[in-house]
Design a protein around this ligand. Sequence first.
Ligand code: SAM
Length: 236
Amino acid sequence: MRAMLKAVLTLAVLAWSSVAAAQDGYTNTGLTLDGIGKAYMGRDIAAVMGYQGASWLERPDRAQEEGTGRLLPLLGLKPTDVVADIGAGTGYFSFRLSKAVPQGKVYAEDIQQEMLDIVAARKAKGEGANIVTVLGGVNDPRLPVNAIDLILLVDVYHEFSYPREMGQAMARALKPGGRIALVEYRGEDPAVPIKEVHKMTQAQAKKEMAAIGLVWVSTDSTTLPWQHLMIFAKAN
Ligand SMILES: C[S@@+](CC[C@H](N)C(=O)[O-])C[C@H]1O[C@@H](n2cnc3c(N)ncnc32)[C@H](O)[C@@H]1O
């Protein structure tokens, strides 16, 4: 009798957890290479790149490999815009954004204080006066609400361990009509020399952004050598 009760309870718990997973989009995958053992809407989530790898973000051949100089001109920024570089790392893009919005502001946000220290040290040398560093949480970038014109996400979204919660918080932080520029290695292209868990397909990105109420605006998959630039907007 006891064993039967235990089996019924176990089945009920299993049924409840699969309903919960179906509702929030998360599933446990068990251990995977380079993943965190968790998927979101069917996509394996990658482990966070540690600050120990910071020099890789500043490697001299990055500009040529990733065409980084071509990205900002595609964003249509105004000099007064308020932008957020979420998962800013060493601030590779924050300092470039700072020059693109001289009368605006750049929030350089990351979950690793060590990365933000690198940004602060460079700022202390006189660069990026309009950059504000923000230490975020894994499920909340801690940005002001209805305040941001554009959120830039370069090679970071696939590392979010709580993409739904991060997405909802990013949507709250955007001004009405504000945009997210999602830059991810192209998952459709086997020639892109990056592990699968660090790539995203356009179809997957559209699905995940729709789940947080953002509207797809455009995709550019040809200007950058390896990455999609996908723009999504918050309704006006
Ligand atoms: C591969 S690096 C990219 C850094 C930068 N965007 C660039 O392209 O140079 C990813 C960064 O995202 C950060 N990150 C991961 N999960 C995050 C989260 N939930 N919120 C904010 N940053 C996050 C990591 O700490 C890391 O600094």
